[in-house]
Design a binder for this molecule. Sequence first.
Ligand code: ADP
Ligand code: K
Ligand code: ZN
Length: 432
Amino acid sequence: MSYWKPEIETMDPKDLRQMQSEKLVKLVKYVYDRSPFYKKRFDEFGIKPEDIKSIDDIGKLPFTVKQDLRDTYPNGMFCVKNTDVVRYHASSGTTGKPTVVGYTQNDLDAWAESLARGMTAIGLGQDDIIQVSYGYGLFTGGLGVHYGSEKIGATTLPAGSGNTERQITLMKDLDVTAICCTPSYFSYLIEAADHMGCSIKDETKLKIGIFGAEPWSESLRKRIEERSGIKAYDVFGTSELSGPLFIECEAQEGMHVWGDMFLFEILDAETNEPVPDGVVGELVVTTLIKEALPLIRYRVGDLASLDTSVCKCGRTHPRLMRLKGRSDDMVIVRGINVFPGQVEYVLVKFPEVSPHFMIVLDRDGELDSMTVQVELVDMASDKLDDYHKLKARLEHELKSILNLHAEVEFVAPGTIPRSEGKAKRVTDKRQF
Ligand code: ADP
Ligand code: K
Ligand code: ZN
C-alpha cells in the first residue's frame, strides 16, 4: 500500500476536523476582506467573520450557487488580483451560460496534489505511462489530470479527445498502462479497437482506467473491466472546485475527498440539514485552501452520499460514494423522475445491446412518451421473433427500474452518436 502524503492521508479524524475548523475560520475572514461579492452576501445575511468560531458554525454561513458565478461573470467572485491568476478555465456550460474559473499557482499545485494522492492510491507511479484522453483546453479535464500525472513522475501522453484510431495505435505502441477519459468514451475505445482488430485486453499493457466527468454505474464498471481486463476507477470533480480532483482507492468503495483541502456536506434538499452517512442528499462543498476563487458552501447540483468511516486502505478522509446524478440531469416523464443512469444500468445487463443509448422524449397528445433507442451488438439473428423477445425483456426490465413504460427501439450498431467527452443521453422533443 503506498501513499503520496501518508501523514495527511491517514491523519486522526479528530485532528483532521480540527484542521478543517481552523482553515474555515481563516477562509471566512479571507473572502470577507477580499471579495465585494462575499462581503455583500454576508452582510445581507447578517453574518460577520467573527461569528464563525469553528466548524460547528458552518450552518450559519450562506450558500453559493452556480448562478452566483453567472451573475458575477467573468470574475466578480475572485479574491485575488488578475495578475495573481495564472490560469483560467471555463465550464462547458452543459447547464447554461459558461462560467469562468481561475487559479493561482498555489491553486494549481493543490489540484495536482489532490490527483497525485489519488493516482498513488491506485498504484500508479513513475513506471506508468498515462494517456490523458480528456479534452484539453477550456475544459478542466485534460490539463487537470495532466499535471497530476506529471507530479507523480509518470510519463504523460496528452492524447486529448478525438482521433480514436490514433489513440489506440499510440496506446499499443507506447505501452500505455493507464488511461483517463469519460466512461462513455472508453466504452467506445474498446469497440473501436475491436474494429481495428486490436484487443485492448490482449494486445495492450493497459491496466488502469480513471473514468469520470459524467455519471456511470457499477454495472458499466463491471462490463468495462471484463471487456478490457483493466481496473476501472471513478473520479469526480467540477470546474468550480478545480476540475477532476478525487479518485477512488484500490478498495473501489468511494472517492477520497481530501479534507485538508475541501469540506464536504450532504444536506437534505428541503431542510438544508445534514443527513447521516449513506443517505443521498445535495452535495455542498467549501473549498478550504483555494485562493483565486474560494467557494463557501457551494451547492454543486449533484446528489450524493458520503461515508466518513476509515477506509480499508487506511485513509481517514471521507469518501464520496458513486454519484446518483445531477439534479438537473434528471428528466420528468409523466411526473416520474428519470435519471439517464437508470437506463444505462439496465442496458449494461444485456450483452445483446451496446451501452450507447439515446432517450427520446416526445408528446403523444397530452401524454409524454419515452423511447429508448438501443443498439444491437450484432444483427446476426434472422428470426424476427428473437428481436421481439429481446425488446419485451428490455421493456420489462426498464419498467421495473423506472416505474414507467419506455418503448425500446433497436437501431443498427454504430448509429448512436459516440461522444469524445461527456455523452448526450436525452433528446427532448416535447413542447411545453
Ligand atoms: P459542466 O457543468 O460545465 O459540465 P464540469 O465539466 O465541471 O461542468 O462538470 C461537473 C459535473 O460533472 C459534476 O457536477 C457532475 O454532475 C458531473 N460529474 C463529474 N464527475 C462525475 C462522476 N465521477 N460521476 C458522476 N458525475 C460526475
Ligand atoms: K455536467
Ligand atoms: Zn480508501
